[in-house]
Design a binder for this molecule. Structure first.
Ligand code: ISE
Length: 338
């Protein structure tokens, strides 16, 4: 394969970002087909992809188009599984946006199908593994000079969410990023997790518990405390501090000018996640393309997506039980051992 000819399944917001980036900034790939059941989305996706782009309503037809040799799945999470399975069946590399699927049982089906195919075809879109800051922190931790990590303190804050955002989504949509990136960062696996509910923000919409505090312990004994707070009133604010035996490593924040104005010194905080991680998405999609052209996958595997989903289920369970819940994966199959 010398070029990925991609079909994008699901043309919502993140898809439009990816189509634009593939057509204009990524080497070795182009979008040749788009697919969506909503006509307006389909039209928008096709318009960004440019003249000649094929348009499909049926993902099976799109994935099996002989002109298509790779698939990107950017539908809402509950519809990820079927097009991913179709791509595996067709033997085509597939990039699936996070989460791999909303239910762990669906992720398991994908894992089984991929193992049965005998080929590594699925990459899951957890872009933080491609963020420059996280990579720098990982390099420092991996150097060993700070000693073993013991505590990780994180915030995942945002300035408002849609009315459709639920208490469970604080885990399945938001904390899922930390759930994936932290074990990778500290080379460990989740053991047990707990969700604690503080006083509710008066700004949270009816029925939503916000903020939430999540405590996640690894098998190696590292304790993470994560604040998810999606009505913070000031911007998109991602922080991560790793306390090690000999030192403390902090995730760098995006750099903005420090402004002195009207008796204040201030620095901007990013507005939203699209802007905060825009560079990471570019690196991520280029890495997917580079790997797929060689018949490989980079980043998070289908197994990583499955483990993230099991961990999310345990946290959601803890939202009502209040107790620590075990994360049981049954062990990494040989196929996914690194
Ligand atoms: C989105 O995928 C993110 O990256 C954000 O960090 C998160 O806050 C949001 O809930 C997710 O949809």
């Amino acid at each position: 394969m010398d070029e990925l000819r991609i079909c994008v399944v699901g043309c919502g917001m993140i898809a439009r970002e990816h189509i634009e980036r593939i057509q204009n900034r990524i080497r070795g790939a182009r979008v040749v087909a788009v697919c969506d059941v909503v006509p307006a989305n389909l039209e928008q996706g096709a318009a960004i992809a440019g003249p000649g782009t094929k348009q499909y309503k049926d993902f099976n037809e799109a994935v099996n188009d002989p002109d298509v040799n790779a698939v990107m799945v950017t539908t809402p999470g509950q519809f990820h599984k079927s097009p991913v399975l179709a791509a595996i069946k067709a033997g085509k590399p597939v990039f699936c946006e996070k989460p791999l699927a909303n239910a762990a049982s669906d992720c398991r089906e994908v894992v089984e199908a991929e193992m049965e195919s005998g080929k590594h075809l699925v990459q899951v879109g957890f872009m933080r593994r491609y963020d420059r800051g996280y990579r720098q922190v990982k390099e420092l931790l991996d150097s060993g000079k700070f000693g073993a990590p013991m505590i990780v303190k994180c915030t995942h804050r945002a300035d408002g969410v849609a009315d459709s955002y639920t208490t469970a989504m604080a885990v399945t949509d938001t904390a899922i990023h930390e759930i994936d990136v932290l074990p990778w960062l500290v080379n460990d696996e989740w053991d047990e997790v707990q969700c604690v509910m503080p006083r509710r923000s008066s700004k949270a919409h009816e029925g939503l518990q916000d903020p939430q505090v999540m405590i996640l312990k690894t098998k190696g004994g590292i304790v993470t405390v994560l604040e998810v707070n999606v009505n913070d009133g000031f911007g998109y604010d991602i922080n991560c501090e790793v306390v090690c035996e000999n030192g403390v490593v902090n995730l760098p924040c995006p750099s903005f000018p420090t402004v002195r104005f009207q008796n204040n010194v201030s620095t901007k905080i990013e507005d939203n996640w699209i802007m905060r991680f825009i560079d990471s998405y570019d690196v991520e999609i280029q890495d997917w393309v580079d790997h797929a052209l060689k018949g490989q996958t980079g980043g998070s595997s289908a197994w990583d997506g499955y483990v993230a989903s099991i961990t999310a289920d345990a946290l959601v369970k803890s939202q009502t039980s209040g107790a620590f819940e075990k994360v049981q994966t049954g062990g990494t199959p040989d196929f996914y051992q690194k």
